[in-house]
Design a protein around this ligand. Structure first.
Ligand code: GLC
Ligand code: CA
Length: 562
């Protein structure tokens, strides 16, 4: 596979609303991002992905865009955005925007014009479809609950929205719409963006017959994803986008793709793939219940490990992966993937070690680098996320008590990862001098950047060591292009793998179990490059003397095998 500029980089996702507020309105802003660039640089970050910062009514926290060419007032101005770009360039950093083009906001000019003239040009930008027997055209349930169809006032038509009713789906079948989108993408790329994270993109292809399917719930509806799974031909759209936009700029694209067809990985991210890469969500899918959050599952260690191993083995044959532990849609990784006994700093550093050296480009989500956790709320009214409100109702409808339904939100809510970044133990975690739009997690007094900067053994400083090792001239090659090879799979609680080139063999090994575990090395020697608990010297000596290494519970090491 040919080499690309981004292969050896470390990426970081910023959720701007919760990152850093500089004007006291309780909402993070672009000035806040600019003020933290040195912090990110020191963390070893090269690429920043900004969740949407476009003008938006924020029904879905910015994933409902009302003007693709404007910066949301809440976040700042276009001048500030340009300044951010310039400041990142100075630091050899790259910026990715979020590209949300399956849908826009119902407040977007196109949709307003479509409503005003439901048979005119702009109606053709959306899916305005005649109802059947005075009812919705089909039985689709939107991803956020309820029918995916909403009446177009004054007509016998409905418009399609696979997400919230305030997020009408765009009609990609229409060449005029595609032109508008390409123009917009190129406008941003001309500004000097490195590329895009591409939102919900698998959904853009619709079956224009909109057939109904067998219901999958007591509401008589079927999740609209069924249509996505059945319809063919989305790849043609992806190729068209690529040809008209990304390819001209050699842009980096990372796609959010669920429900890809099994044999399509190569077409998506292979040498000539539609995208540079896409996120590996396989470990996150493990937690998903088939009904909703109320029947979600805690990923069990062995299943989690084998899921990641399988995904890695498959991905490295085809393209370059993009790895995450958490993002703005998922609960915190430390709360989800760490077993109870490992929910401490050693455990978090172990998880970080396991994650960072996987094959592919790591995306660190804001706060992950200090080990931020899920956040308990006392009442559903304390959540500010459309999906959480829906899932809470679903849980009640399925017979859960309010307490149980709240527990589901604690485990799964998207707001877990959206609480403000914990910068210090000062008021509002140093995020704002005003009232934060979403309350800070009360554990900011213990978990915060300021404290962790002062402690050499903190999670933050461990992340810094990890990125430095990954990018160091000596080991960059093996960590970027080395083969991924699982090892010690038969040993209880051990997560271990090699990264291997013809010249170097690295073993990353971690003990997620509760008991110490001894790993035999079949090597003449081994050098300990890193440990999460300061055992470099002891382990080095132990290996030299016994040819084996014993990892305590929650201990992780990175070894160069000789
Ligand atoms: C993606 C985003 C999510 C958003 C949805 C609709 O899944 O990550 O936050 O709600 O798309 O745009
Ligand atoms: Ca602000």
């Amino acid at each position: 596979m040919s080499r690309k500029w981004w292969h050896d980089k470390v990426a970081y996702q910023i959720y701007p609303k919760s990152f850093m507020d500089t004007n006291g309105d309780g909402i993070g802003d672009l000035r806040g991002v600019i003020s933290k660039l040195d912090y990110l640089k020191e963390l070893g970050v090269d690429i920043i992905w900004l969740s949407p910062i476009y003008q938006s009514p924020f029904v879905d926290q910015g994933y409902d865009i009302s003007d693709y060419y404007k910066i949301a007032e809440e976040f700042g101005t276009m001048e500030e955005f340009d300044e951010l770009l310039a400041e990142t360039k100075k630091r050899d950093m790259y910026v990715l925007m979020d590209l949300v083009v399956n849908h826009c906001s119902d407040k977007h000019e196109w949709f307003q014009k479509a409503l005003a003239d439901p048979y005119g040009k702009y109606a053709g930008y959306f899916h305005f479809v005649k109802g059947k027997d005075g009812k919705e055209p089909s039985n689709y349930r939107s991803y956020f609950g309820g029918s995916a169809w909403e009446p177009v006032p004054g007509t016998d038509m409905y418009y399609l929205h696979m997400f919230a009713r305030e997020q009408p789906d765009l009609n990609w079948e229409n060449p005029a719409l595609r032109e508008e989108i390409y123009k917009m993408i190129n406008w941003w790329l001309d500004k000097g963006l490195a590329g895009f994270r591409i939102d919900a993109i698998i959904n853009i292809k619709k079956d224009l017959d909109f057939p109904s399917y067998e219901p999958d719930g007591p509401d008589g509806l079927v999740c609209c994803v069924k249509m996505v799974e059945e319809v063919e031909g989305v790849g043609e759209y992806f190729e068209d986008i690529k040809k008209n936009t990304f390819a001209k700029y050699d842009a980096f694209t990372v796609a959010e793709v669920f429900n890809m067809k099994d044999d399509e990985l190569g077409e998506f991210i292979g040498e000539k793939g539609h995208f540079s890469t896409m996120f590996d969500f396989s470990a996150h899918m493990l937690a998903q219940g088939d009904k909703g959050w109320y029947n979600s599952r805690k990923p069990e260690f062995k299943a989690w490990r084998s899921t990641i191993f399988d995904a890695q083995l498959c991905l490295q044959k085809v393209g370059h992966a993009a790895n995450i532990i958490e993002n703005h849609d998922e609960p915190r990784g430390a709360s989800r993937f760490l077993p109870e006994h490992a929910r401490n700093e050693a455990g978090k550093k172990m998880l970080a070690t396991t994650f960072l050296f996987l094959y592919g480009i790591p995306f660190i989500y804001q706060g992950q680098e200090i080990g931020m956790t899920n956040c308990r709320k006392n009442d559903i009214s304390e959540y500010d996320d459309i999906s959480t409100l829906d899932q809470y109702q679903e849980a009640l409808a399925a017979g859960c008590t309010e307490e149980q339904a709240l527990e589901c939100c604690y485990e799964n809510s998207r707001d877990n990862a959206r609480t403000p970044m914990q910068w210090s133990d000062g008021e509002n975690a140093g995020f704002t001098t005003g009232t934060p739009w979403l309350p800070v997690n009360p554990n900011y007094t213990e978990i915060n950047v300021k404290d962790q900067e002062s402690r050499p053994d903190s999670v933050l400083n461990h992340y810094r060591k990890l990125t430095a090792l990954k990018k160091s001239p000596e080991y960059k090659e093996v960590f970027t292009y080395g083969r991924f090879i699982p090892d010690h799979e038969d040993q209880e609680g051990i997560f271990a793998y090699h990264r291997k080139t013809d010249e170097q063999d690295i073993l990353v090994a971690a003990n997620y179990g509760t008991e110490p575990c001894t790993l035999k090395m079949n090597n003449a020697s081994a050098k300990v490059l890193l440990s999460n608990v300061g055992t470099e010297d002891v382990r080095g000596q132990e290996i030299a003397e016994t040819g084996a290494v014993t990892l305590e519970s929650c201990e992780a090491v990175v070894l160069l095998l000789g």
